[in-house]
Design a protein around this ligand. Sequence first.
Ligand SMILES: *C/C=C(C)/C=C/C=C(C)/C=C/C1=C(C)CCCC1(C)C
Length: 248
Amino acid sequence: MEALQLFSDVLLAQLKEGDYVGFTFFIGSMAMAAATVFFFFEMRNVEGKWRTSLLVSGLITFIAAVHYFYMRDFWATNGTSPTSFRYIDWILTVPLMCVEFYLILRAFGAKQGLLWRMVFWSVWMLVAGYLGETVFRSQSALWGAISTIGYAVILYDVWAGGAKKLASNSNDPKLQSAFKTLAWFILVGWAIYPIGYMAIEGGLLSGVLSVESMDLIYNIGDAINKIGFGLVIYSLAVSKTGEKVAMA
Ligand SMILES: *C/C=C(C)/C=C/C=C(C)/C=C/C1=C(C)CCCC1(C)C
């Protein structure tokens, strides 16, 4: 019996009553998995090049789903932040979100340089954030500021820089409005993460937020950004496919 109990303790993630952070890890893992099935199945309902965009959306939620299953168990077992899993997930999925931008802007002459620029600064942002949460946790504010430089460059690019200029060159209102929505995701949706980060001991919001709320906030951010971002692309793909069918 004892062996059996041990077995179930190890293999089955425990969800304790009132563990709201744990709830969001469970919900997150299922939501990411369900979104993945949706994006992959819908690929056959859209035309040509939009399939690649849906594929990338599905890859983003797939990678997140796998990490959420690990993070969920890590949290349930240890009651601490699964920081490494979190950042491995982000370092794969955030550059893929940059790929989504690039795929949309390619029709307006986006060069690969735009993609690499965005990928570089997103990796910068995440590496600095990781260092601030782990190795240099007592200096998390400094590393948060270094990370924010990367975030600011990306924001500049999509709101005022090269990416924005390409999008305004287009005469396609559907594309422009999808681009605009994605730019809002980066401005508002991505800003959720630094709020969670500031809950670290000694961080700017540590007096207001408990350190556990960091994971809660990250989980909410992930659901909004990964699934929401994918849905914007999905609806663009569907409406562009409709246009093509109407023309034929
Ligand atoms: C799917 C995951 C996404 C979209 C993750 C995005 C993460 C960020 C925008 C993180 C940003 C951070 C800062 C701007 C400063 C503090 C450290 C970070 C890494 C939390």
